[in-house]
Design a protein around this ligand. Structure first.
Ligand SMILES: *Cc1c(COP(=O)(O)O)cnc(C)c1O
Length: 227
């Protein structure tokens, strides 16, 4: 077994254990392998071990990898900060964007999504941490923004995403993830057909799964420490 396939298996075991401990079906949690900074060969190794969905943070790097590996038919998710002058390549190369946090970005992605492709799947990124973070809308702004994004013709709003302040305190991890889950449930009650709660990374995926994550974004635990 290559290290990547072994580490993928270990991450699946962590997800399964966390789901069972929470009384959830492990199959209800999908794994996004975050391949940022890793070469195409690392993605190939993960794909050979059965992984289909990959996350990238940087526009140029992600588009290049998606193009190089197009023959593999993988699902590419953009998860990094997105500037409005970089939306076009993202709208053309990715199946998902998790980091939409303002209407202007959403409008540009919708306008630039090629007609031959299915609608772009998006998540609204919400800042659920107390501290001031660079990305994510405020929880207070989220409902109006979510409804506006859901109305755009070439986007499909799938859910919400967060990147809480890193902490080893599991209670604080759970509190941040619970805040996003509460918002997710509220938006669903308001009629938005959401199915994706994108939260949890290498160091906190257990807390995220316990709070209802349907997709965890994991890099380091699969590919190793980034430089
Ligand atoms: C890098 C990154 C991840 C993965 O983080 P790890 O700690 O390596 O698992 C997940 N989500 C986002 C948005 C990231 O930028």
């Amino acid at each position: 077994m290559t290290p990547i396939s072994a580490q993928l298996q270990a991450v699946h075991a962590r997800i399964d254990a966390a789901a069972r401990a929470a009384g959830r079906d492990p199959a209800a949690v999908s794994l996004l392998a975050v391949s940022k900074t890793w070469p195409a060969d690392s993605v190939r190794a993960a794909a050979a071990a059965g992984q289909r969905a990959f996350g990238e943070n940087y526009v140029q790097e992600g588009c290049a990898k998606a193009a190089e590996l197009a023959a593999l038919g993988l699902d590419w998710h953009f998860i990094g900060p997105l500037q409005s002058n970089k939306t076009r390549p993202v709208a053309e190369a990715f199946a998902w964007v998790h980091s939409v946090d303002r209407l202007k970005i959403a409008e540009r992605l919708s306008a630039q999504r090629p007609p031959a492709l299915p609608p772009l799947n998006v998540c609204l990124q919400v800042n659920v941490s107390d501290e001031a973070s660079k990305s994510g809308c405020t929880p207070a702004a989220a409902p109006a923004l979510a409804h506006a994004i859901a109305a755009l013709p070439r986007l499909r709003l799938r859910g919400v995403m967060c990147i809480p302040e890193p902490t080893a305190d599991v209670v604080a991890q759970r509190r941040a993830f619970a805040a996003l889950r509460t918002l997710y449930e509220r938006l669903r009650q308001e009629g938005l057909p959401l199915d994706t709660l994108s939260m949890g990374m290498s160091h906190d995926l257990e807390a995220a799964v316990a709070e209802g994550a349907t997709l965890v974004r994991v890099g380091t635990a699969i590919f190793g420490e980034r430089n």
